[in-house]
Design a protein around this ligand. Structure first.
Ligand SMILES: [Ca+2]
Ligand SMILES: [Ca+2]
Length: 440
């Protein structure tokens, strides 16, 4: 029993006794009771201080804990991630975190306006809220720049006016006498519409839908499709389509050659990677090489054996010379390795451009060659390529003249290793370049 509890019992006994007998003699004298009360007060004071101190410590521990918890998100927020989002074309993306609850924001460059959500949030199911955001160019025709009944045709960041008969000029401001313009699709009912007419102040007002222009006489008017492909045909800088433009009633669409797909911007073409998407028919033992507009199945073969020289295939694209007899100089001069490389290039690639690098690889623990010589040993009859050293251990094959598609070119380069001016070994790389018929 603690001192405090003992005093409490004693006090309780005394008070009960006082109450019952009213005689101080039956209990401890008054002086003793006062002393006990003071000791009890002291004890309670002490308890109160310790209790307050305990509370203070607990409060500060709770605050520290709360602080720690709020600094780090719960564990499951780290496990949920959303796929990386790209900035829209002609726009920017803000925010790079892809955890649950994080936001990314989009803006568009000047001249473009945002279509879709400006903010997307990473959701619990690991996907972003909302749909894809795109930046569309602000309508160039919204200011109605074409005069005298001319129709405005939207282009890429620009517009053109197609003028009614007898009008010409960039804004149809000049009167002329000409035959029907070539961009107007005539004599094809699929490309004609009836105009929409209404009486305004007792006069008949007719108009055509977007993509059509008014034609015919004032009594018998008709809306003819505008051939946007013709309008922008000669304007290379403002070409509507990277490849082919197809005119359709009221609009146009772009198409790509076979082996290419149309990109999301509706005008560019991208090669289909048949090797990656298993759309190839390469047989076992051959390797699929993707090219612009198609693919190739290749199975490189090692050089034929001759004399003491023979090769073994060490991987799909590498052959190594079998060990030479000690006294066969011819064998030591033959390439020690022959490797095969395949490159796919678009037509008319801007030059100069480095196509291929070749480097020496000394065996671990052995001193490497102290000098290297690089050269082109075949396939450069037209001088398209140059082989040069780029650093102490590397040489590079550079395309110096543009290659026009479609063609396949094989160029063979070699690297000779020397140690203290003594020939060590030669390595040959056979580089095949597939040039696609298009510049994209
Ligand atoms: Ca059209
Ligand atoms: Ca392809």
């Amino acid at each position: 029993m603690t001192a405090g509890v003992r005093y409490s019992c004693l006090l309780l006994l005394c008070l009960t006794a006082l109450d019952q007998s009213h005689t101080a003699q039956n209990c401890i004298d008054k002086h003793h009771i006062v002393t006990v009360i003071r000791q009890m007060e002291k004890f309670l004071k002490g308890q109160e201080t310790r209790f307050a101190e305990g509370l203070r410590i607990m409060k500060s521990k709770l605050a520290a804990l709360q602080n720690t918890v709020s600094k780090f998100p719960p564990a499951d927020q780290h496990t949920v991630t959303c796929p990386t989002l790209e900035a829209p074309q002609h726009g920017r993306k803000f925010g790079s975190k892809h955890f649950l609850g994080h936001e990314v924001h989009f803006t568009c460059n000047s001249g473009y306006h945002l279509v879709g959500p400006g903010t997307r949030v990473c959701q619990e199911n690991g996907s972003w809220s909302g749909v894809n955001t795109v930046c569309k160019d602000i309508s160039e025709c919204s200011s109605n720049p074409c005069q005298n009944g001319g129709s405005c045709v939207e282009g890429v960041n620009q517009y053109k006016c197609v003028c009614p008969q007898n009008w010409s000029g960039s804004h149809c401001q000049h009167q002329t006498q000409t035959a029907p313009p070539e961009w107007s699709v005539m004599n094809d009912p699929a490309f004609s519409r009836k105009p929409r007419c209404a009486k305004v102040d007792r006069t008949q007002q007719c108009s055509c839908d977007a993509g059509f222009h008014m034609s015919g006489t004032s009594d018998n008017s008709i809306c003819q499709d505008v051939n946007e492909c013709e309008v922008y045909k000669l304007d290379r800088a403002a070409r509507l389509c990277v490849h082919a433009c197809v005119n359709i009633p009221g609009s146009y669409r772009c198409s790509c050659p076979s082996g290419y797909k149309l990109l999301g911007d509706g005008r560019s073409c991208e090669d289909i990677d048949e090797c990656l998407t298993s759309q190839h028919n390469c047989t076992r033992g051959t390797t699929c090489i993707n090219t612009g507009g198609g693919f190739h199945c290749v199975s490189p073969e090692c050089p034929k054996s001759h004399g003491n020289v023979s090769y073994v295939k060490t991987s799909s694209f590498q052959c190594e010379r079998n060990p030479c007899p000690m006294d066969s100089r011819l064998c030591h001069l033959a390439p020690k390795t022959v490797s095969f490389h395949y490159l796919s290039l678009p037509s008319n690639l801007k030059t100069p451009v480095t196509l291929f690098r070749m480097a020496t690889a000394a065996a671990p623990g052995r001193p490497g060659p102290d000098s290297l010589r690089f050269g082109i040993v075949g396939g450069n009859s037209k001088g398209h390529f140059v082989m040069q050293r780029s650093d102490r251990q590397t040489g590079e094959l550079i395309l110096v003249q543009a290659l026009e598609g479609m063609q396949d070119i094989e160029v063979e380069v070699d690297m000779s290793e020397y140690l203290e001016r003594t020939f060590q070994a030669k390595h040959v790389a056979k580089v095949t370049v597939f040039v696609s018929p298009y510049e994209f």
